[in-house]
Design a protein around this ligand. Structure first.
Ligand code: XMP
Length: 598
């Protein structure tokens, strides 16, 4: 049995997923679990977390003197480092893709060569002067892994899909350090068939005679949840809420394709004006998200009355990512929240659950996107649905950024100096986006880079700006800067209206259709826009990710040819004329940034 101590990390549930996929048994425990009581422990893992070790969640000091091997991840490594006499400092921050050199490959890194790409998410770092051996180091000279007896620490996240050999590192810990043999390995790791059987059984039991109210969005999560309810033989009432923020033609797709798949009639509830009126002039993303969720809940309440049922059970397609980023544990049934995760973004469905007075069933609450897709395939849903790109509930509302954020000379100078050191022009924009830094929410400025089409150089400059300044979004304009940042600042704001949202829909349509024409494969491509009369800025957020817990932008020109970009630019000019604006790429990783801007 492996115990994972919860210190509020953004990826804690993924540690358990990986070990379970390999055939090991896993249990989660509170950060301050009494170590002698974990009698069947063969290994203990300390999760990451948003706090600093000097004022973190409590823990049992017996952790460090137990006979059971310990692996500290990120915050966990800092906790071990502090115990072993190292200093903790905030001088070197690392977010996202990072190269590490392996100095000792005897057990944790057995068979993994001399270097590799790992995914980082830390503001605090451990100094080298503690009573431990440094097993690996990053390019910035930060200890990336360490060991003292049976205490091991890794500063990076082996549990996220973007860390090369992350699974092997966890496997080495389990097998070589803890001496455990995995149980029976399942073919694909996660057993979608067993999951479906159990979810159908639970749904049948929890819904009983009540009608399931299911708000279908057209996405894979809510369709899978609805399909499971259908298989459970539960009486169902389906509805789609038209809030004016969705993809083009979505209502028709939901009532046609999705209705057919679910063998159900889907009631379309139109509330466009209500949403637009309420959200007008709201700039702060969390305020926007909470308001959206509350309006969503109130529209749902209208529907309840319309359907005249005595008692409903709400069936939702909320997944682990939604829960974790909303500051809730990812459905692991813990008894109390001693290691609560930070709120990165309030996902509409988790808040809508909180405001529901009846019973809720969220069968996918512990699953990540890739697991939901496996379930969808197992259920025989068509590929266009199981592989459909995610689309967030608040959709266009969180892709249309408004509000100016001034910034000081110091920030502009730091960002443009870093850009210049890479031979690029760089400026800070009076816009902010939401980021993920050190397992915590960041709401920081965006910067814009322009210059030669050397992808590795652009990525390196972006990484340096995000790590060394209070910027969490870096945009890249693959041609000369055609505007002056100061001018943009003076140009006024465009509020979110039917017309400006329509422009965003047009830009999105051009980006998506041109990418299709060039056969560009992206895991998700939100398009964000903001600006004023002289300076519309369009942002292509083309990302590669399996589960959206971590991501990187598509590589250019390899995964996204420059010809495709030039064609998007040309088509936008053709379609929007003087309103085409400048089209940029968001080149930030997550962590550092996030997928959506708000
Ligand atoms: P971020 O932006 O946090 O998003 O990296 C991770 C994934 O979740 C989607 N997303 C949402 N999905 N309701 C949803 O159902 C929401 O409020 C929401 N916000 C973000 C996002 O598109 C990405 O796939």
């Amino acid at each position: 049995m492996f115990y994972i101590l919860e210190f509020g990390g953004q990826h804690t549930d993924l540690i358990g997923n990986r070990l379970r996929d390999m055939g090991f048994d896993v249990r989660y425990a509170e950060s301050d679990a009494r170590i002698p009581e974990l009698r069947d422990a063969s290994g203990i893992i300390i999760s990451g977390g948003p706090k600093s070790v000097s004022n973190g969640y409590p823990h049992d000091p017996a952790l460090f003197s137990s006979r059971v091997p310990v692996l500290g991840i990120c915050y966990g490594m800092q906790l071990l480092g502090k115990h072993l006499g190292a200093g903790i400092h905030r001088r070197t921050r690392e977010y996202g893709e990072t190269r590490m050199s392996i100095l000792d490959d005897s057990d944790l890194f057995h068979g993994l060569g001399s270097d590799g790409i790992v995914w980082m998410n830390h503001g605090d770092s451990v100094t080298h002067d503690g009573d431990f051996t440094t097993l690996a180091m990053t390019e910035k000279g930060v200890p990336a892994a360490m060991r003292s007896g049976n205490l091991y620490g890794v500063q990076f996240h082996p549990e996220v899909t973007h860390t090369e050999n992350g699974r092997e590192i966890l496997r080495n810990f389990a097998e070589r350090v803890c001496g455990q043999e995995p149980g029976e390995m399942k073919e694909e790791g996660f057993d979608a068939g067993a999951f479906i059987d159990e979810a159908v059984r639970c749904l049948r039991e929890e819904a009983g005679d009540r009608t399931a109210l299911i708000l279908t969005s057209g996405g894979v999560d809510s369709t899978v949840a609805a399909k499971l309810a259908q298989m459970a033989g539960v009486r169902r009432q389906h509805a789609y809420l038209e809030s004016g923020n969705g993809r083009k033609g979505e209502a028709a797709y939901v009532s046609g394709t999705i209705g057919h798949l679910l063998d159900a009639e889907i009631y379309i509830h139109v509330r466009r004006q209500m949403f637009l009126d309420a959200l007008y002039g709201i700039h702060e993303p969390e305020q926007k998200r909470k308001l959206f969720a509350d309006l969503y809940a109130s529209a749902r309440h209208d529907m309840e009355r319309l359907f005249e049922e005595d008692e409903y059970v709400l069936v939702q397609g909320t997944i682990a990512t939604d829960r974790r980023e909303s500051g809730k544990e990812a459905g692991k049934g813990r008894s109390r929240d001693s290691g609560t995760a930070a709120i990165i973004k309030t996902h509409h469905n988790t808040r809508a659950e909180d405001t529901w007075r009846g019973a809720t069933v969220s069968p996918l609450a512990e699953l990540t996107k890739d697991m939901v897709r496996m379930v969808a395939r197992k259920l025989g849903l068509p590929g266009e649905l199981s592989e459909r790109q995610p689309f967030p509930g608040p959709g266009m509302f969180i892709r249309y950024a408004t509000g100016f954020h001034s910034y000081g000379r110091g920030l502009e100078d730091s960002a443009s100096d870093i850009a210049a050191s890479y031979g690029l022009e760089g400026h800070v924009l009076p816009r902010k986006g939401v980021g993920l830094k050190g397992d915590d929410r960041a709401f920081e400025h965006a910067a814009l880079l322009a210059g030669g089409r050397d992808w590795d150089n652009v990525r390196a400059a972006s990484k340096s700006i995000i790590e060394d300044t209070d910027v969490c979004r870096v945009l890249y304009l693959p041609h000369e800067m055609r505007f002056k940042p100061g001018h943009f600042m003076e140009s006024g704001d465009y509020p979110m209206t039917e017309r400006t949202l329509e422009r965003l829909r047009e830009v999105t349509d051009v980006v998506e259709s041109t990418m299709r024409d060039h056969d560009v494969q992206s895991s998700q491509t939100p398009v964000i826009t903001f600006g004023g009369p002289d300076g519309w800025i369009n942002v292509i957020r083309d990302v590669q990710s399996e589960d959206f817990r971590t991501l990187r932008p598509l590589r250019k020109p390899g995964e996204f040819p420059w010809e495709c970009y030039d064609e998007i630019d040309r088509r936008l000019r053709e379609r929007l004329g003087g309103e085409a604006g400048m089209t940029t790429f968001d080149v930030s990783d997550k962590p550092g940034g996030t997928t959506e801007w708000e």
